[in-house]
Ligand binder design. Structure first.
Ligand SMILES: Cc1ncc(COP(=O)(O)O)c(C=O)c1O
Length: 374
């Protein structure tokens, strides 16, 4: 099975461990095991819980404890609507594997995380992109969306909040997507790994799984929960679809690690404290970034409403890959070329990581812009 190179992952793999200042990172500044246990009041008890674990394959679909904690993130969904996966990466791969037949059509709202275009294509599906435009505040155009539907369309996919723009689909627009999908009996896969750290309020934003029976939500401990080291994600979907997914999952996952399941359960049971920490980081950092963008004449953007990432449009006569490579070579600052998302003339920045890193990196980007400016 042939598949496109995964642009963003290849870029990150090549540079993230050797750069000096990483402002390409998408996770909220990852939390240590000790910090998490302290937050959960388990510093003493955890060793006992770990010692008692007999290291079997564990609960194959995820423990009831974890599935309940995940279901509690979605109004109206219960543990039997949840399947635990190896990260959201595992969830997305499983979903397309279970749903796609050659010749099916997928409408992908782009730019997006490349799994949502390259995996269906690799399975013989035809991907029809619906491009988000900055002049629409990166909200999908619903008339254009419905215009892309044909008798072969099987599903609509989106990332919400969006990677790479960091913009949340507004509730009425999400409801519009659900209405269109319902009229044409389509699945909607909504990759919601950045859900939980919005800028405007402290509530979880509306999930597709809360408003549409054929809405499939993908979530993860990696980004908003700052626990990528667990490699733990999930699918929330009707049990009949989860059953189809399980057929594939038995072949390539069996179960996720018991220790990861336990730590994720503890984290989600303490989610208010964890998300409060994480929201504080992304809000502090976005304020710093916004002040910089306002003062930087060569940069423009649509200010993100959620997530940990956003696209910056730069006023420089240089392709984005060259921009990022030269920036890295000359300053040690790592950004992501917009070209890996199909948006030339932009770079993706992450604002969820260390505040000091961001503060140190932005002046270096300004100096680079001055040096190479028109
Ligand atoms: C939108 C989106 N989905 C999925 C993933 C993969 O996440 P995980 O670490 O849960 O596998 C990423 C990682 O960057 C992402 O940005």
């Amino acid at each position: 099975m042939k598949i496109e190179d995964f642009g963003v992952e290849i870029w990150m793999n090549a540079h993230e461990t050797t750069c000096r200042l990483n402002i390409a990172e998408t996770c909220v500044d990852s939390i240590t095991f000790a910090e998490l246990m302290q937050m959960a009041g388990k510093t003493q008890a955890i060793l006992g819980e770990l010692n008692a674990l007999k290291l079997t394959y564990g609960a194959i679909e995820g423990t009831a404890r974890l599935k309940q904690a995940i279901a509690a993130l979605y109004t109206g969904r219960v543990a039997s609507d949840v399947l635990v996966t190896h990260g959201a990466a595992g969830a997305n791969a499983l979903l397309y594997g279970a749903l796609m037949e050659p010749g099916d059509e997928v409408i992908a709202i782009v730019p997006t995380y490349q799994q949502h275009t390259s995996i269906p294509e690799s399975l013989g599906a035809v991907v029809r992109p619906l491009t988000l435009r900055i002049e629409d505040g990166y909200q999908p155009d619903l008339v254009a969306l419905e215009g892309l539907i044909t008798p072969r369309t099987r599903l609509i996919s989106l990332t919400n909040p969006n990677n790479p723009t960091g913009v949340l689909v507004r509730d009425e627009v999400l409801a519009g997507i659900a209405e269109i999908a319902a009229r044409h009996d389509l699945w909607v896969i909504s990759d919601e790994v950045y859900r939980g750290v919005n800028q405007a309020d402290d509530v979880l934003s509306t999930s597709i799984a809360e408003i549409y029976p054929k809405g499939v939500a993908v979530g993860s401990m990696s980004k908003a929960f700052a626990l990528a080291g667990l490699r733990l994600g999930w699918i929330v979907a009707p049990p009949a679809l989860l059953h189809q997914v399980m057929i594939h999952r038995d072949y390539n996952t069996i179960s996720v690690g018991m220790i990861d399941d336990l730590i994720a359960s503890i984290a989600l049971e303490n989610r208010e404290a964890l998300l409060a920490r994480n929201r504080q980081i992304v809000r502090t950092n976005l304020e710093i970034l916004a002040r910089w963008v306002d003062a930087e004449p060569s940069i423009s953007w649509f200010k993100p409403t959620g997530a940990t990432v956003t696209l910056l449009t730069y006023d420089l006569d240089m392709p984005s890959r060259e921009f990022c490579k030269r920036l890295l070579d000359e300053t040690g600052v790592l950004l992501v070329p917009g070209s890996v998302f199909g948006v030339e003339g932009t770079v993706r920045i992450g604002f969820g990581n260390g505040t000091e890193t961001l503060k140190a990196a932005l002046p270096a980007v300004s100096a680079f812009l001055r040096k190479h400016g028109r």
